[in-house]
Design a protein around this ligand. Structure first.
Ligand SMILES: *Cc1c(COP(=O)(O)O)cnc(C)c1O
Length: 363
């Protein structure tokens, strides 16, 4: 007798990207983590957690954080939801809004987690190809025939931003639910968040996370904004104590010190723009990034190493970047933007690898 449901048995499992072996000193630029520490206020909050916080159940709706987020973004508490990382919201979307045999459309390429989570809920996730330059065809999403559309904006792993006018058009003209994942919006070059649109559209859910710009991947805190009815539905579908008592205090401290986040994201943006120019001058094609990573294509002259070869060679030098075998992406590398020193090390390593192949490369 099989104990495992067939659709779960068939799942490949989420491919997280190679991890350096425990204890190795490596430059980790493959998971879009922050190379900067979280705010010192977060560390202080962590150190002053009283024992009682561990002993008691936390309040189920995460009230203090919810109130703080609502205030910060100018929305109401009933339009705000807190979660165990934004990944939990992605699961809840499938559980609460899509359901088995429901259909979800998402540009391709985009964040692969939506596909694997949909499959685990027996939902169908339809990839809508982006144009050759990876730009998103809003028209195609509007006419996808799915009950919901996911838009990661800025998109991952391309780094491209869809202007707010196009986002609004999608929300206005698409008949179903629009799930807008703004995990990287704080790294965008201009303020293009759609949070303000939730006041006018009842079919929009805007997902955010403390993982990327606030450097709190390990604390697992996400949140989203939407119409009261959507939020109430998420509340019904979630685990009762989905946000642990410690993480919510850390998120609160991080949000209070949002100027610190602004300073670190500004530094990352400067490093990104410099690194992009330097890669381009080495002959790379760089997709314009609005995130803390960039997608780039190594020089295509014959004899030059392929993206996959560069990925392997960098890994042997303890520099971890991301490589996807996906046909649209297999000529590219995705590189997280770390500190200036880390990016200099990457440039130096790439320069040396290309130079060693130089003779072959120039033939
Ligand atoms: C990192 C990421 C998430 C997941 O973030 P968590 O809050 O850590 O679960 C969600 N969406 C996108 C597009 C991401 O890149």
């Amino acid at each position: 007798m099989t104990m495992i449901l067939p659709h779960i048995e068939r799942l490949p499992g989420y491919a997280q990207g190679e991890q350096p072996p425990d204890g190795t000193q490596a430059i980790r630029l493959n998971l879009n983590e922050s190379s900067y520490p979280p705010s010192p206020e977060v560390v202080k909050a962590l150190q002053s957690i009283p024992e009682e916080t561990l002993r008691r159940y936390p309040d189920a709706k995460c009230d203090k954080l919810r109130t703080a987020l609502a205030k910060h973004y100018g929305v109401r508490e009933e339009q705000t939801f807190c979660s165990n990382g934004s990944s939990e919201i992605i699961s809840l979307v499938m559980k609460v809004f899509i359901g088995p045999h429901g259909k979800l459309a998402i540009p391709d390429p985009s964040f692969p987690l939506y596909h694997s989570v949909a499959a685990s809920y027996q939902a169908e996730c339809i990839g809508i190809p982006t144009r050759d330059d990876f730009s998103i065809d809003v028209e195609q999403l509007i006419h996808s025939g799915a009950q919901a559309v996911v838009l990661v904006n800025p998109n991952a792993p391309t780094g491209l931003l869809l202007p707010i006018e196009d986002v609004e058009r999608l929300v206005r003209e698409f008949a179903g639910l629009v799930i807008l994942d703004e995990a990287y919006i704080d790294f965008a070059k201009t303020d293009e968040s759609a949070v303000a649109l939730i006041a006018r559209y009842s079919n929009l859910l805007v997902i955010r996370t403390f993982s990327k710009a606030y450097a709190l991947c390990g604390a697992r805190i996400g949140y989203c904004f939407g119409n009261e009815k959507l939020i109430a539905a998420l509340e019904k579908g979630k685990d009762v104590y989905n946000v642990d008592a410690i993480s919510r205090e850390l998120a609160l401290a991080a949000l209070k010190d949002h100027n610190y986040m602004k300073t670190t994201t500004d530094a990352i943006k400067r490093t990104r723009d410099r690194f992009s120019r330097q890669l381009a001058s080495q002959g790379f094609i760089v997709v314009p990034s609005h995130t803390n990573f960039l997608l780039c294509k190594p020089p295509a002259r014959s004899g030059c190493p392929t993206a996959e070869e560069l990925y392997d060679t960098l890994m042997k030098q303890n520099i971890y970047v991301r490589y996807y075998k996906n046909p649209r992406l297999r000529d590219y590398l995705r590189i997280t933007i770390g500190t200036d020193a880390e990016m200099d090390a990457v440039l130096m390593a790439l320069g040396q690898i290309l130079e060693q192949n130089g003779k072959k490369c120039d033939e």
